[in-house]
Design a protein around this ligand. Structure first.
Ligand code: FPP
Ligand code: MG
Ligand code: MG
Length: 436
């Protein structure tokens, strides 16, 4: 097979869809409140990597190469999805009725600048037309938009949880608009994503994507509090008054714990193994679940058989874990300027990721520091140095390579050879060479 230009630029195969992605999302998230519109559209304005929608679109394109005879027609046919009357129209009140410039008197008072007016709701999903093209289905295009909306909602919340002050090279949502607005904007994005999911009119896809949202929260919670081991001090707090808000916030960010088994008669190697299991499970939930479940959903929408659906799911899972392993590695190796977000953040947040766990394997004295979430003066510096002097980053890269190889294997099992599959292979490989 002659390598085509597509091999070098995976986006070019789906550039039309990628170019209209942000515009289509804007149509899905329009509200009657101009300030809400500003906050919800804020992260879409800056250039993100858009890896998740790119994966969904390329996968959809590659799935389209599977002959129609091998797919269930009834699954692919789009049902007519009527215009939804529940989309929030701007209320006809003086306060929020958008004048020509889409600003309310209150916005003008607060010096808010006009924004392009957002539309009321999504266009109905058009019918699939197989005679004309065998490409990406309208519902798969919508799925790509939904995935980016869920991801962006989680970033708005994540930056509040992590106290991050930058994202995509500029002020994070919490800094630009306050925590309250960032949280509410994330909730609103999730609400609209949910509407769009239900409008795909496929119960299995609805279940998958809804679960991916729940998984994000579970993963984030695993990172926040170690619930794998009973923590009596937390349980006992049940009927005591809650600590003051500020104190609670500080406790929270430092509350991730390695399993209690530390130092209680279990071997060092067993401890590392438990910590890795916990870490990888957390990684699946917080990052890979959205990617794997949307990959599965793309396959379901294309009507392919269950084996292919399962292989697409496995592909998404491996690539998702690979992606987060690289993310955790870059936190140690790349500057904040190059990342466009805080660097070295995980140690500051008390989070022990793969590079630290590998360093701990070689240097058991890191155990207590990990256990107390690097909360004592000098802990962060000492751990950073231990990681730098260990093979932790190198071994994390090796682990990421293992997941990359598994992803490539599943991809080749699932899909026939095509430009789209080559582009997916290229994208999978480039996850390990990315610099941010
Ligand atoms: C980025 O991780 C964050 C995630 C992958 C998921 C965050 C999920 C939540 C906050 C749960 C709430 C979910 C929804 C859907 C609203 P990171 O902090 O390691 O990466 P970063 O360096 O990009 O901040
Ligand atoms: Mg973060
Ligand atoms: Mg985070």
């Amino acid at each position: 097979v002659t390598p085509s230009i597509m091999l070098r630029n995976p986006v070019s195969l789906v550039s039309n869809e990628m170019n209209t992605l942000a515009k289509n999302i804007m149509a899905l998230i329009g509200s009657g409140h101009p300030v809400l519109n500003r906050v919800t559209s804020y992260y879409f304005e800056a250039e993100g990597k858009k890896v998740r929608p790119l994966l969904v679109l390329l996968l959809s394109r590659a799935l389209a190469e599977i002959p129609l005879e091998q797919r269930t027609q009834s699954l692919i046919d789009s049902v007519d999805v009527p215009e939804d009357p529940v989309y929030s129209q701007p209320p006809k009140s003086l306060l929020f009725e958008p004048p020509a410039n889409n600003l309310s008197p209150l916005d003008i008072l607060h010096g808010i600048k006009p924004l392009n007016p957002l539309t009321k709701g999504p266009e109905p999903i058009p019918e699939a037309n197989f005679d004309k093209e065998r490409g990406i289905l309208p519902k798969q295009r919508r799925l790509a938009e939904i995935v980016e909306m869920i991801h962006t909602a989680s970033l708005l919340h994540d930056d509040v949880i992590d106290h991050s002050d930058t994202r995509r090279g500029r002020a994070s949502g919490n800094v630009a608009f306050t925590n309250k607005m960032a949280v509410l904007a994330g909730d609103f994005l999730l609400g609209r994503a949910t509407v769009a999911i239900s409008r795909l009119r496929n119960p299995e896809v609805v279940e998958l994507m809804s679960n991916s949202i729940a998984n994000l929260v579970e993963g984030e919670f695993m990172q926040l509090k170690n619930t794998a081991v009973e923590d009596i001090s937390i349980i006992n707090q049940g009927n005591k008054p809650l600590p003051a808000a500020s104190k609670k916030l500080n406790n929270e960010v430092h509350d991730y714990r390695v399993p209690r088994a530390v130092g209680e008669g279990i071997s060092h190697d067993q401890m590392i193994e438990t910590a890795f299991d916990y870490y990888l499970h957390k990684t699946y939930l917080k990052t890979a679940a959205l990617i794997s479940k949307s990959s599965r959903a793309a396959a379901i929408l294309s009507g392919v058989d269950r084996t292919v659906v399962d292989q697409c799911y496995e592909f998404g899972k491996d690539i998702g874990i690979c992606f987060q392993l690289v993310d955790d590695m870059l936190d140690f190796t790349v500057s904040a300027k190059d990342l466009g977000k805080p660097a070295g953040a995980d140690l500051e947040l008390g989070i022990a990721t793969a590079p630290v766990l590998y360093a701990w394997k070689a240097d058991p004295s890191l155990g207590p520091l990990i256990q107390r979430n690097f909360s004592q003066p000098g802990d962060v510096e000492q751990t950073a140095e231990a990681v730098a002097n260990s093979n932790g980053v190198f071994k994390t890269k090796k682990l990421a390579e293992k997941y990359r190889d598994q992803a490539l294997q599943n991809l080749r099992k699932a899909l026939p050879e095509s430009d789209a599959r080559s582009a997916l292979e290229f994208l999978t490989n480039s996850i390990l060479t990315r610099g941010k």
